[in-house]
Design a protein around this ligand. Structure first.
Ligand code: GLV
Ligand code: MN
Ligand code: MN
Length: 408
């Protein structure tokens, strides 16, 4: 098959020109002007090859190559274009451009397919603008009710529906993704870890995706004078938060079994050097491929928050945000991708994803599969993120042959 890596290189370079932080990695937040410009580029390329574009529920985009059977369920492929703040050039982008390139080859070579083939771009995968990961796909698959969107806001108080409208995104297809309309969902993604590189494999066949739970935690103490309030008369929210945050690391290490827990954002009020902190808010991200282990880590962390705050007579609130269950992906798709990789003499490896992906939400709707390509030194969510173009090309070839086999 004729995947052209030079076209993929051009797509990646073009998309990454749209960047709000040119001096520090890539920042492309959902519905920002950079995001819209990247989406416009991809939509233009998809229109060029004759796909039918739909602007879908939740801010997602679908480009369809109709199959010969109008009633058949679709094979979807794609990923996201939003990034974390100061992120890299490949997370999400690789899945979009490989799907675009696969669609180009299908049209150029007139590869017959009975099932429709859809290229999809999911919105707000990272949750870096609205603090809610996998947001677009959660709405599209019906896992998050539309009515909750009014309460999902960015740091400036703009709601998700407002941001969607301000970006000029007009939904043309309000329908939800339903199992009977979907045959399969496939996503190529960078590994974001170092397993493939260490084992000398070029392709990862994802068998499972870890579960993720996100929380906002608020500790409420009392703001007071830093010079006149004795040490035993303080209700210092930051001292409690510091102890909780240190315990989060200890708990994850003690539980082990692939548990990871991260506090990545913290804000302290009033944030003055001569005022005792009255309120501290911080994020918590906990992950594990096993739901029981994940839940037990969260129970232990919640109890620790309570114990530390009760001891210091402080208030606290733990607000659950987005979460995804750990999922197993389709064995049928793993087998098929493995066969396709073998036919191309590509060394592949079955692997578990610690990162979250939109495809996890499809595991119960359709046959869901992911193809990983190696990340240099396992780095990701940082400007150093790097994947070789040749490996992205191989990922695209495995995607193309798997999709065309499924859609035949
Ligand atoms: C997304 O990249 C995530 O794993 O949070
Ligand atoms: Mn991603
Ligand atoms: Mn990411």
């Amino acid at each position: 098959m004729a995947v052209q890596i030079e076209r993929i290189r051009k797509d990646i370079d073009f998309i990454n020109k749209f960047n709000a932080s040119p001096e520090r990695g890539i920042t492309r937040q959902t519905f920002s002007k950079e995001y819209q410009a990247a989406v416009d580029y991809v939509v233009k390329e998809l229109k060029y090859i004759g796909t039918e574009i739909s602007y879908c529920r939740g801010g997602n985009i679908k480009a369809r190559l109709p199959g010969t059977d109008g009633n058949a369920p679709a094979v979807m492929m794609g990923s996201h274009l939003d990034t974390v703040v100061h992120g890299g050039r490949f997370d999400g982008v690789v899945g979009v451009v490989t799907a675009l390139e696969a669609a180009r080859v299908i049209t150029e070579q007139k590869i017959a397919h009975r099932l429709p083939i859809d290229v999809v771009v999911f919105a707000e995968e990272e949750g870096s603008r609205f603090n809610w990961g996998l947001l677009g796909s959660s709405i599209w698959t019906g896992q998050l009710d539309h009515s909750r969107l009014e309460n999902i806001k960015d740091s400036g108080g703009v709601t998700y529906p407002e941001a969607t409208a301000r970006a000029g995104f007009e939904v043309s297809d309000e329908s939800m993704l339903e199992p009977e309309k979907l045959r399969a969902m496939l996503e190529v993604h960078i590994e974001q870890g170092a397993v493939l590189e260490k084992k000398g494999c070029r392709i990862g066949l994802v068998e499972a995706i870890a579960g993720i739970k996100h929380f906002d935690i608020t500790i409420t103490g009392r703001a007071d004078h830093a010079g006149t309030t004795p040490m035993d008369a303080r209700a210092d929210a930051l001292q409690a938060a510091a102890r909780i945050i240190a315990s989060v690391e200890d708990i994850a290490q003690e539980i082990g079994a692939h548990t990871v827990a991260t506090v990545g954002r913290i804000a302290c009020e009033p944030g003055q050097s001569n005022v005792i902190p009255g309120i501290v808010r911080f994020s918590l991200d906990v992950r594990n491929p096993d739901e029981t282990v994940l839940n037990s880590a969260i129970t232990t962390i919640n109890q620790t928050v309570k114990d530390i705050c009760d001891n210091r007579h402080l208030g606290f609130e733990i607000t659950p945000l987005g979460s995804v269950q750990p999922v197993s992906l389709s064995g049928e798709i793993v087998d098929l991708m493995e066969e396709k990789a073998r036919e191309k003499n590509i060394r592949s490896l079955r692997i578990v994803s610690g990162a979250g992906h939109d495809t996890a939400l499809f595991a119960e709707l359709a046959a869901a599969g992911m193809i990983f390509v190696p990340s240099a030194n396992g780095r990701s969510h940082c400007p150093e993120e790097f994947t070789r173009l040749e490996d992205i090309g191989l990922g695209c070839e495995v995607l193309l042959s798997t999709v065309t086999a499924l859609a035949a």
